[in-house]
Design a binder for this molecule. Structure first.
Ligand code: E4P
Length: 214
């Protein structure tokens, strides 16, 4: 499974990229706001760090506006993926952009039918949101299983990005289901490294090494 970093903070992206464990980056207007910088500058810097797949989100709600924003974002780098909301106008934009071989990521997906429609429109990626579904008492993993089954049934090439990830357990479960990608906040990615037995094991080995050299 690929791992994308779900952040617009450049220092986090640099650190994760140097660890060799991420394959791309996703941003959204809230993450850009948190980074304290503007979209263009941030995406430019991110595309200079990672090899591919940097999602930048459009904010227009009409198809024409989305397309115009997409063309502006594509001027930054061919690594950019255009993130559009799961709306009728969004899917019209996806259809147009996919015909021009511009990659799209349909975001704010909360049902399997929405994912099916996005795939039919030619989306490169769909982003179902786990955490926000869990927050309202829904079983988010069932959504990922359903989308995976539908895409497999009909051999859709659209890739599933598990988004709104809140814990290492989310990541593990998405990998077990066979999702293509999980986009993970930096803290969750760092938490994936941790196991107390690893720390205890290192401590014990070091103590024994010191004893053996006395
Ligand atoms: C990524 O594509 C999504 O925009 C992001 O994962 C949403 O996460 P949140 O629900 O924690 O805001």
């Amino acid at each position: 499974m690929k791992i994308f970093l779900d952040t617009a903070i450049v220092s986090e992206i640099k650190e994760a990229w140097e660890l060799g464990i991420i394959d791309g980056v996703t941003t959204n207007p809230s993450l850009i706001m948190k980074s304290g910088r503007n979209l263009q500058d941030t995406l430019t810097e991110i595309t200079n760090i990672v090899d591919d797949c940097v999602s930048g989100e459009v904010i227009s709600l009409d198809t024409e506006g989305m397309i115009k924003e997409a063309y502006e974002l594509m001027k930054i780098s061919s690594k950019i993926v255009i993130k559009v909301p799961m709306t009728k106008n969004g899917l019209k934009a996806v259809r147009i952009l996919s015909k021009e071989n511009i990659r799209t990521n349909v975001t704010l997906v909360f049902s399997a039918n929405q994912a099916l429609l996005a795939a039919k429109a030619g989306a490169t990626f769909v982003s179902p949101f786990l955490g926000r579904l869990d927050d309202i008492g829904h079983e988010s993993l069932i959504l990922i299983e359903d989308i995976k089954q539908i895409f497999d049934n009909y051999s859709y090439k659209t890739q599933i990005i598990c988004a709104s990830i809140r814990s290492p357990l989310h990541v593990m479960n998405c990998a077990k289901i066979g999702a293509d990608i999980a986009t993970v906040p930096f803290k969750t990615l760092m938490d994936m490294f941790n196991h107390p037995l690893t720390d205890n094991g290192i401590e014990r080995f070091l103590k024994d090494y010191e004893k053996s050299t006395k």
